[in-house]
Unconditional design. Sequence first.
Length: 366
Amino acid sequence: MKNEKKKHSSLYEKDGISPPEIISLNAVEQIQKFRKKQLSSRELIDGILSGNIADLSRAITLVESTNANHLAKANEIINTCLPYANKSLRIGITGVPGVGKSTFIEAFGKYLTSLGKKVAVLAVDPSSTISHGSILGDKTRMEELVKDTNAYIRPSASGETLGGVARKTRETITLCEAAGFDTILIETVGVGQSETAVHSMVDFFLLLKISGAGDELQGIKRGIMEMADAIIINKADGDNIKKANLAKAEFNRALHLFPAKKSGWTPITSTCSAITHDGIPEVWKTIEQFLEFTKRNKYFFKKRKEQNQYWLLETINEQLKSNFYNHPEIIKLLESSKKAVSTDEISPFAAAQELLNVYQNYKKIS
């Protein structure tokens, strides 16, 4: 029985060979120490103004934070960077899911960097209403642009914000401009019922469409069409070129039904392919024509001033809302008010008024 082999269970594993120690413990310690280090506002500001991408990302994270302790630091960074901002072209890009926004932005962004532009892409991903999480996968969809040294891609979650933009996108634009980016591309989550938010922070609003989506005859949601400065029929390649040209003609006819834009600009409809890059240079040419036209008639500068006023009021509204929900007395009373409303003991309107009265009275006392 000398040759009888020892039986092992199916879970048995042979002893392996331990891998050699190739990680420098000193390097690990240095990296951990660096990650724990909290940079001061001044250090982050200096980093942003010198074009340091890591410091820009850290500052944006501070701005997006809901932590009350980060607010003062974020405001200091934004206020200091403001004199170095407002020197970029801001382009909003929207379209239904599946229209190819990320592919288009990568092709368009690469074209702009080839012209010597510094491009920042602020990509907003939808947040789940159940888990409140976001995939934030735009960098993986733009694998060529993400490697471009003249491009910066920052994905952010939309959170509870309507309009397809993140809560702090406006401030993020300021930081990117201060870091030296001269072209800001803002990708929204997709066409919804409230796209006015992105329209209120960009100079040029680009609507991406595809042929055969069934919305040519509807003229696609009137509001979004009225806001668009250009309509681009994407995926105009292969067997789809003929359909794309038909869709272009349909949208051109639909545009004639809308009132003239305040800028005096007539929206342009064209086709392109983000895969073959056909039509991409023409998109940039359209934007340059728009800039020349609106700067000549002063609308460009007038719109920027109106946008600043709009965001003043939006920031006040946001801060008032935050102060209300974080007030200690409101936190204590809100749950009981919800229960009373759910059992029909009180109407939602009366309950809301009671809470507002409590908040106002405490504000008077304080």
